[in-house]
Ligand binder design. Structure first.
Ligand code: NA7
Length: 547
């Protein structure tokens, strides 16, 4: 039946193309979901992508220094051994160009492009209860209907440009790192102000400083960071990866965060102070997120965490020559890794350059952007370019920016007024047949994303397959399951030190007015996978499936 029947009499009727499933987004998750539904279940599927290319997050994040903090051999699909064998990463941490090349390779290899519509931004998605279809409308005026609607919109894709008074009057140029111009930005000879010192600012600053006449970094919250120790991969390592993909997959599936390394099963206090220092020193030398895995209790025990925090703060003071800058950079107010820990290439060293200045916004906050630059309470700064490395309206932002409306006109924005409420991060009560890949309430950003994505896509595919084999047309979680899951998500977070970073985007604290709720599931990827599997084994416990 046509979705046109849902229109009010004042809306001119438009024909809609009908699909079994509409997928929103052509990044890692949308492309894999397309492949599974189209080639494995033989469904009629379309992917709607607002960008002019595939790649999702990596289509937009092209700022200088943009690089993934998962190691390249783990930041890829593991569903097909043939794909694993015919792609070779060049560096330990993949840069944005290489990741885009990889995702374009995947799009070509599996002939995905014919079913991806680029430059197509979903504006609204409304559930029509009578026909059991989703009615999707795009900003370009197209209309689609489908039984299933699957969001593959990413967790960090809605750029957060802070509402600082005066931005519209700035006479120079401003850019947000998450919406970087494809043609690049030429910093040569320019006076640049950069706001934000999360993973992005920490990657970006050293690169900007290399060519800019002057770079001023505005820091609101000091951050831990450790060396990435990035570099070309050796021939031996590439061969190891080729020959051990099963083993690597198995490790990624058994660890809490989906990375290809295990956490050491020792407490920070199982060893003496000297040995602990030596362990941290070695982890610092190796670089990367493995530092977190040095001891099992770094994220659960404050005293253990303090040992790592003190080590890193001492490193910052050692690296940064100017004691005033060193103090500002090492004055960190949250536990180590309670915010997503960045890894860097010469970030702290950058502050030893003559052309780099640091402003401590805790002591001297920004008051306004003026035509010539930025005015803080105590000073004025002149800039040609302002870079906003101010992050994202994470997890819920990309979903709420689409006008999603479920049964009886229930808007997702209203259902989530107090924070995201769903079951397993996969489905929301009142929104039948809507699946949210790596939605809030799932491990998502606390893990190596492709691992979380593959698990969600496989689960969704299995669920749809089950429905079709059993003549079921609708799936939706029951209210009590969503209530219980919300409590489980909060309990998992509270068992860690993560909520102690009061200003983190995990809690929505970086966006004014956003409800303060810890959003990702912190119980670990392996545990989450088990829970999802149990739900299936118990006949989709917590979901209502109807014919
Ligand atoms: P983050 O981690 O959210 O960092 C954003 C930074 O911008 C952070 O230092 C913020 O300070 C700062 N910020 C945000 N708004 C303002 C205003 N209004 N004034 C001053 N400073 C501000 O985003 P990233 O892009 O760096 O990283 C996101 C993830 O992408 C990362 O974790 C990786 O997973 C990849 P704050 O800490 O809020 O005081």
């Amino acid at each position: 039946m046509s979705a046109d029947q849902t229109e009010s009499s004042s809306t001119p009727p438009r024909t809609a193309e009908h699909f079994d499933a509409v997928i929103i987004g052509a990044g890692f998750s949308g492309m894999y979901q397309l492949l599974k539904l189209r080639d494995h279940l033989r469904l009629k599927v379309v992917v709607l992508e607002m960008g002019d290319g595939v790649g999702g997050t990596w289509h937009w994040n092209r700022y200088p220094g943009a690089r993934c903090d998962s190691e390249s051999h783990s930041y890829c699909y593991y569903f097909d051994d043939a794909l694993l064998k015919d792609w070779e990463w060049t560096e330990r941490y993949p840069g944005h160009e290489e990741i885009r090349r990889y995702l374009n390779h995947v799009a070509d290899r599996y002939r995905l492009r014919p079913d991806i519509r680029l430059n197509t931004q979903v504006r609204t998605a409304r559930y029509d209860v009578r026909d059991n279809v989703w009615v999707v409308e795009t900003s370009q005026g197209q209309r689609y209907t489908s039984q299933f609607l699957i969001t593959a919109v990413g967790c960090l894709s809605a750029a957060n440009v802070p509402d600082i008074p005066g931005l519209a009057n700035f006479s120079g140029r401003w850019v947000h790192t998450g919406q970087w111009p494809h043609e690049g930005v030429d910093f040569r000879g320019k006076r640049v102000g950069m706001i934000g010192t999360g993973s992005t600012g920490i990657q970006c600053a050293p690169e900007i400083a290399k060519t800019a006449a002057h770079l001023t970094v505005f820091q609101r919250t000091a951050n831990y960071s450790m060396p990435a120790n990035n570099g070309p991969l050796s021939a031996e390592f590439k061969q190891y990866v080729r020959e051990h993909s099963d083993e690597i997959r198995q490790v990624m599936h058994s660890t809490p965060n989906g990375h290809p390394f295990r956490f050491c099963d020792r407490s920070a206090f199982d060893v003496g102070a000297d040995e602990r220092e030596a362990i941290y020193e070695e982890a610092w030398r190796k670089g990367g997120l493995q530092f977190r895995a040095s001891f099992r209790d770094l994220l659960s025990d404050q005293a253990a965490n303090d040992t790592a925090a003190e080590f890193i703060k001492a490193k910052i003071r050692q690296i940064v020559h100017d004691p005033v800058k060193a103090e500002i950079l090492s004055d960190i107010d949250h536990p180590f890794a309670a915010k997503r820990p960045p890894i860097d290439t010469h970030y702290f060293e950058t502050f030893n350059r003559d052309n780099v200045e640091l402003v401590n916004l805790r002591a001297d906050p920004i008051e306004a952007i003026v035509p010539t630059g930025i005015k803080t309470r105590n000073a004025s700064f002149e800039f040609d370019i302002i870079v906003f490395a101010t992050g994202f309206d994470a997890l819920t932002g990309p979903l709420l920016r689409i006008g999603i409306e479920g049964r009886n006109g229930l808007r997702l924005a209203d259902a989530w007024r107090e924070g995201p409420r769903n079951y397993l991060g996969l489905q929301v009560p009142g929104f039948p047949n809507l699946f949210t890949i790596t939605g809030p309430g799932s491990p998502s950003v606390l893990t190596n994303m492709p691992v979380a994505i593959e698990q969600h896509v496989d689960w969704i595919t299995e669920c749809i397959d089950y429905m079709r084999k059993h003549g079921l047309s609708k799936v939706e979680p029951v209210e009590s399951a969503a209530d219980a899951w919300l409590l489980q998500v909060q309990a998992a977070a509270n068992a860690t030190l993560l909520p102690k970073a009061h200003h983190s985007w995990y809690l929505g604290a970086n966006v004014p007015g956003k409800p303060r709720v810890f959003m990702p599931y912190a119980g670990g990827m392996a545990q989450y996978r088990r829970l999802c599997q149990q739900v299936v084994e118990r006949g989709y416990d917590g979901f209502e499936l109807v014919a």
